[in-house]
Design a protein around this ligand. Structure first.
Ligand SMILES: [Zn+2]
Length: 143
């Protein structure tokens, strides 16, 4: 049965709460990297988007009619209880999605932990090199 919120206007608190629950539950299960397929009216599960973009699409454009029921199911699912997924339509894909979830988690860690630090180190090294070069040239030509 569809929950009440899907019938509410898209700017209502109930609808926003439902979409938030969907995005929160769906993302760990269906994302690849930082993105998952967007089930909004325009994307129709064809385009990949980041979490915040999908949230915006579902609020401003509304869900694709083909995916309303799926969105409702996911929004009501408790992610920790994975056996629920085996009983619904998406059950057959669960193994793949689980793998995607692990990929997603490890990629996210890389981005957060390594990325900025490495870039910062390279930047720092560049700045140090440039200031040494400046010292070298000013010593050589202006003494
Ligand atoms: Zn979309």
């Amino acid at each position: 049965m569809e929950p009440d919120w899907i019938g509410f206007p898209r700017y209502s608190k109930e609808y926003v709460r439902g979409i938030k629950a969907f995005v929160k539950n769906a993302f760990p299960l269906f994302c690849v990297g930082e993105e998952m397929k967007c089930p909004c009216k325009i994307c129709n599960n064809q385009n990949w988007h980041r979490r915040d973009v999908i949230y915006d699409h579902l609020i401003y454009q509304g869900p694709s009619l083909l995916h309303v029921q799926w969105i409702c199911e996911i929004s009501q699912t408790k992610v920790n209880n994975s056996t629920d997924f085996m009983n619904c339509e998406t059950g057959t894909e669960f193994g793949d999605n689980l793998q995607a979830m692990f990929n997603c988690t490890s990629k996210r860690f890389q981005n957060v932990e390594d990325g900025p630090n490495t870039e910062a180190k390279i930047f720092f090294r560049l700045v140090t090199t440039i200031s040494r070069l400046q010292q070298f040239f000013s010593a050589k030509f202006f003494d």
